[in-house]
Design a binder for this molecule. Structure first.
Ligand SMILES: [Zn+2]
Length: 340
């Protein structure tokens, strides 16, 4: 269909940013193949066809199995470097220039990677991402919420003690049900006082009350997912008035059954209410998605025109913590792309 291929060209040509992608969940087949070959005792398939089958999304339980299998393959700075540069290559292929990548140091340390190895891998991977792929990476260190306040405290201490180059924010991930946001208030307050931004997941698998708590208790400057916000008119109003962006990951929400389909996704209502919607992938290879694929899916479903697609790309830059000439340059490039 010519209309579809024209949209595809616009999506591919637009420079983009990615604001919600988990480092472990970003591991593609090639990356996992080399990690699995480096650690043959792990039991993760090293054969491409077998690995592809293992990676194919079936249901959320299987997704968790894949996620933790990859997590177990990360033993030292070389593994982390491989993971980061693999992500950078994938981002570059999507014409994605800048990404805020969520890293969960607490889980890596718990799994036995020394903190120095983790930090070294992140630093060398980030440098190679810029040099070899032209992708600027920033880090969000997030608290695995299900592990409670101990994880909150240790994540904060690790972040502030080491303060690696590129670290811009503190996040909060893991399951939301039964994991109240408010208990993490002290860590977010301390992080914000130290100059880090607050970007918790909220309202993905629970209702709008979690988003309110993220805003009031954690000072959220951006909301991870926020899918349930459309069921609360006062919250929609608040997010719109305060310009709090949403990191929307449409296919991820379908995979985890938070929404039945892209057609039924509340992204339409979010946009109708003038919210600052950004499009992201969450755990791209594990959900079988790409950033361009998400833009295209939303554009086709909502019948967006090229100018509206460019608006979404701009939203990503505006909602990011990218600063100075890089930010202005990317916005100008989006405008030039649209004008062509
Ligand atoms: Zn996420």
């Amino acid at each position: 269909m010519p209309e579809n291929s024209a949209l595809r060209d616009v999506v591919a040509a637009l420079p983009k940013v990615e604001l919600h992608v988990h480092l472990v969940g970003s591991a593609g087949i090639e990356t996992v193949t080399s990690l699995a070959r480096r650690h043959p005792a792990s039991g993760v398939p090293t054969d491409a066809a077998q690995l592809r089958e293992f990676f194919t999304f079936r249901d959320f339980d299987h997704f968790l199995k894949v996620y933790w299998a990859v997590q177990q393959l990360l033993r030292d700075s070389t593994d982390i470097h491989t993971l980061v540069t693999g992500l950078a290559a994938d981002l570059a292929a999507q014409n994605c220039r800048y990404a805020e990548v969520t890293v969960t140091p607490y889980n890596h340390l718990l799994d036995g990677i020394p903190g120095d190895e983790l930090l070294t891998g992140l630093a060398t991977g980030r440098a190679a991402a810029a040099e070899e792929h032209g992708v600027d990476l920033a880090w969000c260190f997030d608290i695995p919420g299900e592990k409670g306040t101990k994880a909150g405290k240790e994540t904060l201490v690790f972040a502030l003690t080491n303060r690696p180059e590129g670290l811009v924010s503190l996040g909060l991930g893991g399951p939301e049900v039964g994991v109240g946001r408010a208990q993490f208030e002290p860590y977010f307050t301390a992080a914000r006082e130290a100059g880090l931004h607050s970007v918790p997941h909220a309202g993905e698998t629970t209702g709008p009350a979690t988003i309110w708590s993220a805003v009031h208790d954690l000072g959220a400057e951006r909301i991870g997912h926020g899918t349930s916000c459309t069921s609360d008119p006062a919250l929609l109003e608040y997010l719109g008035t305060h310009g709090i962006p949403l990191e929307v990951c449409p296919t991820s929400n379908v995979c985890t059954r938070q929404v039945p389909s892209i057609e039924a996704h509340p992204v339409r209502r979010m946009l109708d209410h003038g919210l600052l919607v950004t499009l992201n992938t969450d755990d791209p290879p594990m959900f079988g998605v790409t950033l361009n694929g998400e833009y295209l899916a939303v554009a086709e479903t909502l019948r967006l025109r090229p100018a509206e697609l460019a608006r979404l790309a701009r939203n990503g830059v505006e909602a990011s913590f990218l600063e100075g000439p890089a930010r202005a340059g990317l916005l100008a490039e989006i405008d030039r792309t649209l004008a062509r």
